[in-house]
Structures are given as C-alpha cells and as structure tokens.
Design a protein around this ligand. Structure first.
Ligand code: KG4
Ligand code: ZN
Length: 410
C-alpha cells in the first residue's frame, strides 16, 4: 500500500510517501519520499508557537513539500494536456477557501501532473493547534477529491507510538538531516524484535506527557498524564529562563552535557525537586520544577556560565529521574512486555541512556525508541500509523472523524 502522509499539527509542515506491507504484527515500511519544513526560526521570537503564523506557513509550504516528495519517489509525471475538471475545481475552491495560498498553488500544480499510484492519504487530525491542523486536513480533502482516494485520519500521539516501528535502516541522512551535533554520534539500540503485549508507551513531547497501556495495536488506554506542563514545554520554558532559544530541549541538553563533562562540576550544587516521584498514581507534574528553576535563578541574581550549565544538568536529571521512576512503576504494575518511548523529548540522549540502563533490570522487556530523526514531528510516523489503522480499523465508522480536534486523546 502506498500512503501519502501529511502532518501540520504544530510548527512542522511535513509530507511523505511511505510504502507499507505486512500484517499488524510485522509491518514493513519503506520511505519513498520525505520532506519537512520546520518553522522554529519563525516562532523563536515568540518563545513558543504562534498559531496564526503556523497556519499561514503550512498553507504556503505544503505544495512545495508535496512536489518534492513526488519527485523524490519518482511519481511526478508531467501531463502534456491540462486535465482539470471544472466541477472538481469549484469544490476544491470551496474546500480551500480559508487557505488562499494553498489554493492558488494547488490549482496551479495539480492539473499539471498525472495521478500518482497512491492508495490512501493519512493526515493528522489532532491533538495540536486547530487552525494548523485544518490546513493539513483541507489539503488531504482536496487531494482525495481530485484523485478519488480515501483519507485515514490519524491521532498524532499514535503516530509517535508507531514511529518506533520504522526500521532505522530506512532513514537516510539526506531525508532527515540531523542538525544537532550532540546526537549525531549517538548510536541508538536497534530493536527489530516484535512488540509483545501488553505494551507500555511513554509519550513525551512539547504538548504531552502520558503513559499509555497498549493491549494490542489499536487498543490504547491512558493510565497517567501530566497535570500541568508537558516535559517538552518545561524544557522550553526553562531554556527561556536561561536565555536559550526555542525549542529549548536540545539547548538544555547541550548545556547539561558540558557540566557532566567538566571535572570540576562532578556534583551539582543546586538541588531541584522531583515532583510526584513517589505518588501512587502514574501522573506527572512539571510546572513546580519549572518554578523552582525560576526561584533559583532569582536567588542567584546573575548566574555564571557554570551556574547555567549546572542548573541545566540538574533540571535534566530531575526530569529523567521522574520519567524513569514513574515508567518503571507502571511497567511492573501492568506487567508490560514491551516499553515504547516516543515524542520529541526522546531525542534527548541523556534520557535515552537512562531508559536503556533501566531496562537492563527487566531482561524480558523489549525497549523501543524511534530513530533519532523520527523522534520529533514528521509525516512518516503519520503515514505508518495510517497503515496500522487500515489494518486494525478497516471500517471508517470505528476511526477518528475527519475534523481537527485540538485535544484529541486516546
Ligand atoms: O514531538 P515534538 O516534535 O512536538 C510535539 O508533538 O510537541 O516535540 C517537541 C518537543 C519540544 O518541546 C522540544 O524542546 C523537545 O521536544 N525536544 C527535546 C529535545 N529535542 C526536542 N527535549 C529534550 N531534549 C532534546 N534533545
Ligand atoms: Zn509530536
């Protein structure tokens, strides 16, 4: 099955074409084309994502990225005659009326190419920023109409879970340039063994921190989540306090690493809290930790370079300890056979290593991480999650509706 994946839930516009085969226990994915445009530079000045800007950027960038993946996959076949049908054209105009930039490019480009052999379109419908989500959804609807192929609505967080099933040999550096030099030399463990159930997924991203129990593919239940800030959000806010640019995760991580490598800073002289470390539930809280950093910085007055490094390190240590302790407790409580960790924050090498160490205590439990390049938002995980849905929920009525849902949950 050939799937076009579209992701526009936040500040990454991403499009891909994935070829998927195999059954739900052993799916095989190959990436035929992949393109991504990150808006972080645009949002940097706001210290976070500015929804109206994100929407406009998605609308502007979808067609160029789409064209790029068609070229990359060898599916861009130019037509000599213009084949646009007047009736479809009118409907498409209506569908994309709120995305004028996208509409103009769509009407200009689509009639010039042959319909590629794509079988379905997988698009993120939530959670995320609704204005941003609608751009991807409306683009999918217009393509679906033009080509007469179905749409599979995808939960972004399910995408983060399914991202771990993409074999890392599939990822080439040209498709996913990894800019963060810290993570470049890190070789993650590869896990090509099957996922055994019950499985537990820890999802850590800019908007979410949750523990999901997976009974089988497609059967998810939320057993714990953050009561306030998400981990990625805490990283981003603390980074801002330390004068670092958005997104803050990789920045904090780089500072923390300097402190760990510095012999004089073998022990951090600042102690930060580990919120909800010993509570009986599987919930998290990171807002107090963030506030603790704020007070600490107020106390210090003007932090030195070394102060900032040790604070970054202590913050990263506190987050890691909470994540590992809570996940370990859930692993034992539910007898999970597989631990999956997904979401942007698992691009963090220190957190990865802590989990690799933790699972050595559970030799029967498999640990799955996404390839580093698939940790942060991308369209490949959406296309792959679309394929899994096609296998596990063949009937449309059992799927998520095709409407943007900012707070979509499992
Ligand atoms: O999954 P993602 O790309 O987008 C959402 O769905 O939210 O996650 C983005 C988050 C940001 O908060 C970013 O700071 C964080 O992931 N992140 C990291 C690292 N790389 C990205 N956090 C900690 N360490 C990293 N290396
Ligand atoms: Zn995400």
């Amino acid at each position: 099955m050939l799937i076009l994946g579209i992701e526009t839930s936040c500040d990454e516009t991403a499009v891909c074409i994935v070829s998927a085969t195999g059954d739900k226990n052993s799916p095989v994915f190959s990436i035929l084309g992949n393109a991504l445009n990150s808006q972080t530079k645009i949002h940097e000045q706001y210290g976070g994502v500015f929804p109206a800007l994100a929407k406009r950027e998605h609308s502007k960038n979808l067609i160029p990225l789409f064209k790029k993946v068609l070229e990359e996959s060898g599916f861009e076949k130019k037509l000599t005659t213009n084949n646009s049908q007047q009736t479809t054209r009118e409907e498409i105009k209506k569908m994309l009326e709120k995305e004028p930039e996208l509409l103009e490019q769509f009407l200009h480009y689509l009639p010039t190419i042959e319909k590629p052999p794509i079988d379905a379109i997988a698009v993120t419908v939530g959670p995320g920023l609704e204005p941003a989500l609608w751009v991807g959804i409306n683009f999918a609807r217009a393509l679906s109409l033009a080509w007469g192929i179905p749409i599979i609505p995808v939960n972004h967080m399910e995408g983060h879970i399914i991202s771990v099933l993409v074999n890392r040999n599939e990822i080439s550096n040209t498709q996913f340039p990894i800019s963060n030099s810290k993570t470049k030399d890190y070789q993650p463990i590869t896990n090509n063994s099957p996922v055994l159930f019950p499985a537990l997924a820890l999802l850590i991203s800019g908007g979410h921190t949750e523990l999901i129990l997976i009974e089988s593919w497609g059967k998810y239940s939320n057993i714990g989540q953050t009561r306030d800030d998400a981990v990625g959000e805490a990283f981003d806010k603390v980074a801002r306090m330390l004068g670092l640019p958005y997104p803050g995760g990789p920045q904090i991580s780089a500072l923390a690493e300097i402190s760990r490598n510095n012999a004089e800073q073998t022990q951090t002289n600042f102690k930060l809290p580990r919120p909800m470390l010993h509570t009986k539930d599987f919930d998290f809280s990171f807002s107090g930790l963030k506030t603790a950093v704020l007070y600490l910085l107020k106390d210090i007055g003007t932090p030195t370079k070394a102060d900032r490094e040790t604070i970054a390190r202590e913050f990263e240590d506190a987050v890691t300890e909470v994540l590992v302790t809570k996940t370990k407790k859930a692993l034992e409580r539910y007898g999970a056979q597989t631990l999956i960790i997904g979401g942007g924050v698992i691009a963090n090498t220190h957190i990865r290593k802590a989990f690799e160490k933790m699972v050595t205590e559970y030799p029967d439990t498999g640990l799955f991480f996404p390839n580093l390049a698939l940790s942060t938002d991308n369209a490949v995980m959406i296309a792959c999650a679309g394929y899994m849905q096609h296998l596990t929920k063949p009937s449309e009525s059992t799927r998520t509706p095709l409407v943007a849902k900012g707070n979509l949950s499992f």
